[in-house]
Design a protein around this ligand. Structure first.
Ligand code: BGC
Length: 465
C-alpha cells in the first residue's frame, strides 16, 4: 500500500489535528504517572493499607483494560471522532470527580472511569492518527504517540514535585483537567476519519474530509480509491481465531505485550518514589524526574533509529541492558535488606542502573512492541489483533500496578528486580525464535508470508517465488 504516488507530507491542518489526537497520549501519561508522588498523600488522607494503596494504580489500569476491550467495537460503531470526544469528556469530568472525591470509594470510581478513557484512547487515538496521516509519515506517528505518553509521564512527575510542598493530592490531580479540557474543545473540531466514513458508506463526506487534509485533488482521488479497496476486505471477526496462521501471530502479539509489561518498567513509573526511598535517597522526587526525563529523551532516539537499524537489533540491545540493570539493582537491594543503610556508592549505582534500565526500555520495548503489534496482523484481523494485544498490555499492567508493592514486601525490592530480570531473559527467546524483523517490508508481504505458512521469525524475509 506504501505507494510513492502519494507525495504529500503533513500540511498545517494535519499537524493541528494530529496534535489534538496526540493529546490523548499525553493524558494517558499524566494519568498513569499520577500515583507516583501523590500516593503517600492519598494514603494519609484515607488511612490506607498497602493493598488499598496499590488499588489506586490498579483500578485505573483495570479500567483501561475494559476500555481497550470495547474500543474496537465503539470506534467502528460510532466513528473515531465521537469516541475520542467521549474519551476526552470522561477525562475532564471524572478528573473533577477525583479532585473533589469525598471518600476513598468515590476516588476509586473516578479512577476506574478515567481508566476506561485511557484504554479507549490508547486504541482510538493511534488508529485515528494513522487514518488521518499521509502514508509517508504513518509509521512514525505510532512512535510519536509513545513520545506523547512519555511527555505526559514527565510532566506529571514535574508537576507532582512542584506541588509537593502544598501536600495536596487533589491539587496534583487537578492539573490533569487542563489538557483534558483542551482536548475536549479541540476534539469538537476534529474531522471524522475518512476511512471510517468510507467504512460506513459515507463516501462523499470522506471525500470532503480528504480535500481538507490533503494537498491536491490527485492525492484525494488516489487515497479515496485506496481506502475503498482496503475496505472491501471484510473484517474476519472472531472467526479468524479458528485459523492457525492468525492464532500464531496473535500469540506472538500477546507474548510481546506481556513481555513489555513484565519487564518491570512500570514498577519504576508507579513506584520509583518507594524504590528510591528504600535506597535511602533524601529527595526521591528528583530521582523520579530524572527517570521521566531519560524516558522521554530516549524515546526520541528510538524514533530516529527504529526504521534505520531495524526492530530486532534494538530489542536485543534493550533486553541486554534490562537484564544487566535488573541484576545489579536487585543485587544492591539484596545485600542491603530493609533496616540497613546503603553506602553512597551503592546509592549512586542504584540510580545509575535504574536510569540504564529506563534507557533500555525506552529505546526498545517501549515503542517497538507497539510498532510490531500494529504491523504483524493481516488487514482483516488487524482490529481484532490490536484489540486483544492492547488488552493484554493493560491486564499485565494492572498486575504490575496491583502487586509490585506486595512483591517489594514479600520478595524484597532485590528479589522483585531479579524476577523482572528473569522475564527479560525469557524475552531473548521470544525475540530470537518468534519475532520477525519488519523493517523495510510492506505489510502486504508480511501478510502473504503468514498465510503461506512461513515461520513467524521469517515473516519479514522476502520469499522468492
Ligand atoms: C507502556 C506503558 C509505559 C510507558 C512508559 C509504554 O510503551 O505501554 O505501560 O508506562 O511505555 O514510557
Amino acid at each position: 500500500m506504501e505507494k510513492s504516488s502519494q507525495k504529500g507530507g503533513a500540511n498545517a491542518i494535519v499537524t493541528k489535528v494530529s496534535f489534538i489526537a496526540a493529546l490523548a497520549g499525553l493524558l494517558f501519561g499524566l494519568d498513569i504517572a499520577y500515583v507516583n508522588g501523590s500516593l503517600e498523600l492519598i494514603v494519609k488522607t484515607f488511612h490506607l493499607t498497602t493493598s488499598q494503596s496499590e488499588l489506586i494504580a490498579e483500578i485505573l489500569l483495570f479500567g483501561a483494560f475494559i476500555g481497550a476491550v470495547f474500543s474496537g467495537w465503539l470506534s467502528r460503531q460510532f466513528g473515531r471522532k465521537k469516541v475520542l470526544l467521549l474519551a476526552s469528556l470522561i477525562f475532564a469530568l471524572f478528573t473533577f470527580l477525583g479532585v473533589f472525591a469525598p471518600s476513598f470509594t468515590v476516588l476509586l470510581v473516578a479512577r476506574f472511569i478515567i481508566g476506561l478513557a485511557v484504554g479507549i484512547a490508547s486504541f482510538v487515538a493511534p488508529l485515528y492518527l494513522s487514518e488521518i496521516a499521509p502514508f509517508k509519515i504513518r509509521g512514525r506517528l505510532i512512535a510519536l504517540y509513545q513520545l506523547m505518553i512519555t511527555i505526559g509521564i514527565l510532566a506529571m512527575f514535574l508537576s507532582n514535585a512542584a506541588l509537593m510542598h502544598f501536600g495536596s493530592w487533589r491539587l496534583m490531580m487537578s492539573v490533569i483537567a487542563i489538557p483534558a479540557l483542551v482536548m475536549f474543545v479541540g476534539a469538537l473540531f476534529l474531522p471524522e476519519s475518512p476511512r471510517w466514513l468510507v467504512l460506513v458508506g459515507r463516501n462523499e463526506e470522506a471525500q470532503k474530509v480528504l480535500k481538507r487534509i490533503r494537498n491536491s485533488d490527485e492525492e484525494v482521488n488516489f487515497e479515496l480509491g485506496e481506502i475503498k479497496e482496503t475496505v472491501k476486505v471484510k473484517g474476519g471477526g472472531w472467526k479468524l481465531l479458528t485459523k492457525p496462521f492468525f492464532r500464531k501471530v496473535l500469540i506472538l502479539g500477546i507474548l510481546l505485550q506481556a513481555l513489555q509489561q513484565f519487564s518491570g518498567m512500570n514498577a519504576f513509573m508507579y513506584y520509583s518514589g518507594q524504590v528510591f526511598k528504600a535506597a535511602g535517597f533524601s529527595s526521591p522526587a528528583v530521582a523520579t524526574i530524572v527517570i521521566g526525563l531519560v524516558n522521554m529523551l530516549t524515546t526520541l532516539i528510538a524514533i530516529k533509529y527504529v526504521d534505520k537499524l531495524g526492530r530486532k537489533p534494538i530489542l536485543y540491545a534493550g533486553l541486554t541492558i534490562l537484564v544487566v540493570s535488573c541484576a545489579v539493582v536487585g543485587y544492591i537491594f539484596k545485600i542491603n535488606p530493609p533496616g540497613t543503610e546503603m553506602t553512597s556508592v551503592e546509592q549512586w549505582l542504584t540510580l545509575i542502573f535504574s536510569l540504564l534500565f529506563i534507557f533500555g526500555f525506552a529505546v526498545a520495548l517501549g515503542p517497538i512492541i507497539w510498532i510490531l503489534c500494529s504491523e504483524i496482523f493481516p488487514l482483516k484481523g488487524r482490529d481484532l489483533g490490536i484489540t486483544i494485544t492492547t488488552a493484554t498490555n493493560w491486564i499485565s499492567n494492572t498486575i504490575i500496578g496491583g502487586y509490585t508493592l506486595t512483591w517489594f514486601i514479600h520478595l524484597g525490592v532485590g528479589g522483585t528486580f531479579w524476577m523482572f530480570g528473569a522475564v527479560n531473559l525469557v524475552g531473548f527467546l521470544i525475540i530470537g525464535f518468534l519475532t520477525p524483523e519488519t523493517k523495510n517490508i510492506p505489510l502486504e508481504e508480511l501478510e502473504k508470508n503468514l498465510e503461506n505458512g512461513v515461520p513467524l521469525r521469517k515473516l519479514g524475509v522476502r520469499q522468492i517465488s
